[in-house]
Ligand binder design. Structure first.
Ligand SMILES: NC(=O)c1ncn([C@@H]2O[C@H](COP(=O)(O)O)[C@@H](O)[C@H]2O)c1NC=O
Length: 526
């Protein structure tokens, strides 16, 4: 074998590998490679030796054993200056650079028709073993696991075969992150099939999550708390149009609370198919409106609770127009505006207030096409995991339980208010009319108090509750909530039903001449 340093190339994703290999040869490396990678390089006239020729062992067992050989792992793991004699005794050459990406396990298990055998055969063994060997021995060896790094590695090599200590360390950390994610996926897949029939279950035996730090934040919920924002690596989730993938076009860095509130606003506005505006303060919508005219939607949402909207987060489900941007900037102090996209001229307008953060998130999925992600809530010593609440109610799902039947307009307003209530912290009461909120009562320990607060807020904003509809995220345990609604002129109510005392609340609604519908679905949000 040559005395020049060797690079070992063994990749499943072969994009860019030929050009990278050519660059490595130019830099002075001799190349070793496994079957498929070897053939591709050969076809492209790159000088390369097949691993099996170097080890003297053929690849065998349909590729289960290719690189698992002391001449490979000794060449990667050998400590230069300490293990030289033993390497030379066994004719082990130095392998100074390892370029490996792994069998496509994620893509394999994403297939609807995947079998257990497909999954097992796509568990890479030799690849991670080389990745880990090289990463462990990063004092001497470079490890490249991501084709996106080929260019910077060639740049860093210049015309030599040595990478800086800093780059080798960085690549080694990346390599261990890669194998950790890979093994986590395998454990999640197999661990959700531990029953006798190996049928998939929703929750695996252990939960292995992989998030990458997007940024350190100035502080957390409060200035004395340290914080950072971690996001799902792209391509590992079905997340569409999210705060994690949104692009910030203007304004200073988002804070911890900005991120949480923008998420709340964006997820709420996704619930509407018509043009809508949601204004959020402290994770609760404080004004929501649907209107074919976006500027009207904003003005109406704002008028629900101008006090709370001050310093709020505003989300739209349609491209932000310059007219709406001007209406906002002329009207209020706003922390964040997020929309699928912005029209020409918006940034000139919002830029007049330089601290206003403007984000675009791309097109939103339609309300019913949203894919449920998992929701995580940390408790001391544990993690609560559930599916995201994407339960959707149509007019045909409603059960009318009162003598008075709701009108079509009332049903439209009931469904609108119900959609808002889903995003309000429990106990949630939403008064609405004409596709807009009139008053919102959030986060109270008693439902009747949320109802009182919604009425107080409406009055405070100069809005009339007489004739409005009311949505309650959970059933009324007593008739007092209905009596309270009647006292402020509520004409129709939407609630899940299911209380022991449903008869009493239905009787109360009948007494007051209020139409009431049950959804059969609860939307607690804690
Ligand atoms: N078994 C082994 O010794 C082995 N060594 C390398 N691999 C993988 O084989 C793939 C490349 O194969 P090929 O060059 O034959 O297309 C890479 O994803 C690499 O991670 C192996 N495959 C699976 O474990």
């Amino acid at each position: 074998m040559a005395t020049q340093p060797l690079a070992l190339l063994s990749v499943s994703d072969k994009s860019g590998i030929v050009e990278f290999a050519q660059g490595l040869v130019q830099s002075g490396f001799g190349l070793l490679s496994t079957g498929g990678t070897y053939r591709l390089l050969k076809e492209n006239n790159v000088a390369v030796t097949e691993v099996s020729d170097y080890t003297g062992f053929p690849e065998m067992m349909d590729g289960r054993v290719k690189t698992l050989h002391p001449k490979i792992h000794g060449g990667i793991l050998g400590r230069r200056g300490i293990d030289d004699a033993v390497m030379s005794e066994h004719a082990i050459e130095r392998i100074d650079l390892v370029v490996v990406n792994l069998y496509p396990f994620a893509q394999t298990i994403a297939r609807a028709d995947v079998t257990m055998n497909d999954a097992i055969e796509n568990i890479d063994i030799g690849g991670p073993t080389m990745v880990r060997s090289a990463a462990k021995n990063h004092a001497h060896v470079g490890i490249v696991t991501d084709p996106a790094d080929y260019a910077r590695v060639l740049d860093a090599l210049g015309n030599g075969t040595t990478l800086s200590e800093g780059l080798r360390y960085d690549l080694a950390v990346k390599a261990f992150e890669h194998t950790a994610q890979y093994d986590g996926m395998i454990a999640n897949f197999l661990g959700s099939r531990v029953n006798e029939t190996k049928q998939p279950e929703t929750f695996a035996r252990t939960l292995n999550l992989h998030f990458a730090k997007a940024e350190d934040l100035r502080y957390g919920e409060n200035p004395h708390q340290k914080a950072a924002f971690y996001v799902e690596p792209q391509g590992t989730s079905e997340t569409q149009a999210s705060i994690a993938t949104a692009q910030q076009l203007q304004g200073k860095a988002l804070s911890y609370n900005n991120i949480a509130d923008t998420d709340a606003a964006l997820e709420c506005v996704k619930a509407f198919s018509m043009p809508a505006c949601v204004i959020v303060k402290h994770a609760n919508p404080c004004g929501v409106a649907v209107d074919s005219d976006q500027t009207n939607a904003y003005r109406t949402a704002f008028s629900t609770d101008p006090e709370s909207s001050f310093g709020g987060i505003i989300a739209f489900n349609r491209p932000l127009t310059a007219v709406t941007a001007k209406a906002i900037i002329d009207n209020q102090f706003v922390e964040v505006i997020i929309a699928p996209s912005i029209e020409d001229g918006v940034l000139e307008i919002t830029g007049s207030k330089k601290n206003v953060r403007v984000l675009v998130c791309g097109d939103l999925p339609t309300p019913e096409a949203r894919a449920a992600q998992m929701d995580y809530k940390r408790v001391n010593g544990g993690l609560l995991v559930q599916e995201q609440d994407l339960g959707f109610i149509h007019a045909s799902d409603l059960k009318i339980v009162t003598d008075v039947q709701p009108t079509e307009a009332q049903i439209a307003d009931l469904l609108f208010s119900w959609n808002v209530a889903k995003y309000v912290k429990s106990n949630a009461i939403v008064y609405g009319r004409n596709q807009r909120t009139i008053g919102i009562g959030a986060g109270q320990m008693s439902r009747v108090n949320s109802a009182r607060i919604a009425a107080i807020k409406a009055e405070h904003a100069g809005l009339v509750t007489e004739g409005a509809v009311m949505a309650s995220d959970a059933f009324f345990p007593f008739r007092d909530g209905i009596d309270n609604a009647a006292a402020v002129g509520i004409s129709a109510i939407i609630q899940p039903g299911g209380s022991m005392r449903d008869d009493e609340t239905i009787a109360a609604a009948n007494e007051h001449g209020i139409a009431m519908v049950f959804t059969g679905m609860r939307h607690f949000r804690h």
